[in-house]
Write a protein that binds this ligand. Structure first.
Ligand code: ADP
Ligand code: MG
Length: 589
């Protein structure tokens, strides 16, 4: 038996830490960030085989530190095992530089001040030269001839295109996690990424995914059970066929985590078609003692102490963002922007909801006498010219739309450009009516249809008393009531949308809710429930037969809603089987 010499140990370590050009880039960029750099420039030639160069304006190293850094397990970032519990730097294992130097020709030039720099050249583990050169503060590391001493490893590399893509992805992640750092990536001397480093998260994201995608995202920032989650969340209908646009960071370290992936999937369940992946970019701030990053040499896997808390934090952050940004249009004022966030509403480019200065939502709709009605309930048509297009975020649902029919008198079968969709007619109509009612509310008094002759309703004493205080809520839902003796009320008007339908059941439901929540619930939530109930009651039912024009009308109205995927109760409205999926299932792809 013999102790391995340091060079062999470094080569073994290199196998774990340095798999491919992208891993070299990762380690070097992390070092630059750990050194406090605000500018990091990366360049590769021949997919990193010929050259990988990373330069930064960070702290730099003294000649002694630089020499030390190339020894295995030399690190300035932790002193002992106890520090592992509170690692805040990206590196800490002290094995990257020696590992890289053992499989390449590495030139390190570093200066702690503008002026004189120290340059050290190490080729495949052996020091070649040391000299002093003029340079600015910071560090430049050039890696040439990667793996040339390990032909087997060289053979393992994929095509130039693949390796280059990996490098681009690697740099992208740090651009997103460190928006205050200005990054540049040059591939074959061509600029591939350039980020402003202005600490503007959206700008950093735009540098990677393009401004168009970013304009569709909602920014989030919430803290759930001690975990702060910040980043960007996309609407369910903007999705990809793989998880390419789902990036998660823990304390700004890009990570892979089944827990976090599952949390994302759960949040979007029933909203996004199967095997489609919405866009998510999240950073979790977790106490370093609550997360173990020392699971693998590349540190991309993490273990959480409080797995459940982390899961919930991600799931709830996404869920509430989806609700806040159009999943569940809030009543009244919330339709107008109420904070920095609501302007995005999944769309900075095209407003999905009314912004101040626009016509109030109530003007956007009018009962359309000439259009087919749904079981006696009118469909609603936007006023002509009122932002056709920019008010139809889900317009794509309508592309090449063909109603194929109705099944079980419950589901509408639709062919769209994206695939085959099944729409639950009741929840779909409910969504349409709900937003209609919300719109009315925001625009002023609800649309009340006066009864030709008022009718009397009788409530028991307790209900009658509670109701007396909340007639305004009823009015918002379109009921005009007036006290008329003990326990009796005169009904003077009913919601316009009800038309021929009996209003008693709806009135009773709403009254029950008002009474039940009296004193406890906030007015807002009672209002919300009143409108939810009203839309549910007024909507066509499962089992109602619909004619094709009625169905067309409904789908068109649905496409105009802010969220054609989920009803106000949180039930799914539409299930889509994409053509691609269909082809795959029939083994045609
Ligand atoms: P680790 O990052 O795990 O500490 P590395 O082998 O990656 O180990 O780096 C060894 C040490 O070299 C670091 O701890 C740091 O002190 C120093 N170092 C490496 N790169 C830089 C850089 N770009 N700027 C300043 N110091 C650096
Ligand atoms: Mg490092």
């Amino acid at each position: 038996m013999a102790l391995l010499d340091p060079h062999t140990i470094n080569q073994i370590a290199a196998g774990e830490v340095v798999e491919r050009p992208a891993s070299v880039v990762k380690e070097l960029v992390e070092n630059s960030l750990d050194a406090g750099a605000t500018r990091v420039e990366v360049a590769i030639r021949a997919a990193g085989r010929d050259l990988i160069s990373v330069s930064d304006n960070g702290s730099g190293m003294s000649p002694e530190d630089a020499r030390m850094a190339l020894q295995r397990h030399a690190t300035s970032k932790i002193r002992g095992a106890q520090d592992l519990l509170r690692v805040t730097s990206l590196g800490f294992r002290g094995e990257a530089l020696p590992a890289i130097a053992s499989v390449s020709k590495l030139t390190l030039t570093t200066a702690t001040e503008d002026g004189e720099a120290y340059r050290l050249v190490v080729a495949y583990g052996k020091v070649q030269s040391e000299e002093s050169v003029p340079a600015r503060k910071g560090t430049v590391i050039q890696v040439e001839g990667l793996f040339e001493n390990l032909p087997a490893r060289l053979k393992f590399l994929k095509s130039d295109a693949t390796e280059t893509t990996q490098v681009v992805e690697t740099v992208s992640r740090y651009v997103l996690a460190f928006p205050h750092v200005s990054f540049r990536l040059a591939v074959e001397a061509q600029s591939a990424i350039q980020s402003p480093g202005t600490n503007d998260h959206a700008a950093a994201l735009a540098a990677i995914w393009g401004a168009e995608i970013v304009s569709a995202l909602a920014e989030v920032d919430s803290t759930v059970s001690g975990v702060r989650v910040t980043g960007f969340v996309g609407p369910p209908h903007v999705n990809r066929h793989a998880r390419t646009h789902q990036l998660v960071f823990v304390n700004r370290r890009p990570v892979r985590s089944k827990t976090l992936t599952a949390a994302i999937d759960t949040a979007y369940r029933d909203l996004t078609p199967e095997r489609r992946y919405p866009i998510v970019m999240l950073n979790l701030d977790i106490a370093p003692s609550d997360v173990d990053v020392n699971v693998s040499p590349t540190k991309s896997e993490v273990k959480f102490n409080r797995e459940g808390a982390v899961f919930d934090a991600v799931r709830l952050t996404i869920k509430s963002a989806l609700q806040e940004h159009g999943m569940m249009p809030a009543i009244g004022g919330a339709l107008a922007p109420s904070g920095s966030m609501s302007t995005s509403l999944f769309s900075r480019g095209a407003a999905l909801v009314s912004l101040p200065g626009d016509a109030p939502p109530s003007d956007l709709f009018r009962p359309a006498d000439e259009t087919p009605t749904l079981g006696g309930v009118p469909a609603f048509t936007p006023v002509d010219g009122a932002g056709e297009g920019n008010r139809m975020p889900f317009r794509e649902l309508l592309d090449d739309l063909r109603i194929l029919g109705q099944v079980q008198n419950t589901f509408i079968v639709v062919s769209t450009r994206r695939g085959l969709a099944l729409v639950d007619q009741h929840v779909a109509h409910e969504r349409v009516l709900y937003e209609y009612l919300c719109g009315l509310k925001a625009g002023g008094p609800a649309d009340v249809q006066r009864l030709l002759s008022p009718e009397t309703v009788q409530f028991d004493k307790r209900v009658a008393v509670a109701l007396a205080e909340h007639l305004d809520l009823l009015r918002e839902a379109g009921f005009d009531l007036e006290a008329f003796g003990t326990g009796a009320y005169l009904v003077r008007g009913v919601p316009a949308g009800l038309k021929g339908r009996g209003y008693e059941a709806l009135l009773n439901d709403i009254v029950d809710q008002i009474v039940e929540s009296d004193g406890k619930a906030k007015v807002e939530s009672v209002r919300e429930r009143v409108l939810t109930t009203a839309s549910c009651r007024m909507a066509v039912k499962a089992g109602d037969r619909l004619e094709i024009p009625e169905m067309e009308r409904l789908i068109e109205d649905l496409a105009r809603t802010e969220n054609p995927y989920m009803c106000p109760h949180g039930r799914p409205i539409t299930l889509t089987l994409s053509w691609e999926e269909l082809m795959r299932r029939f083994k045609r792809l």
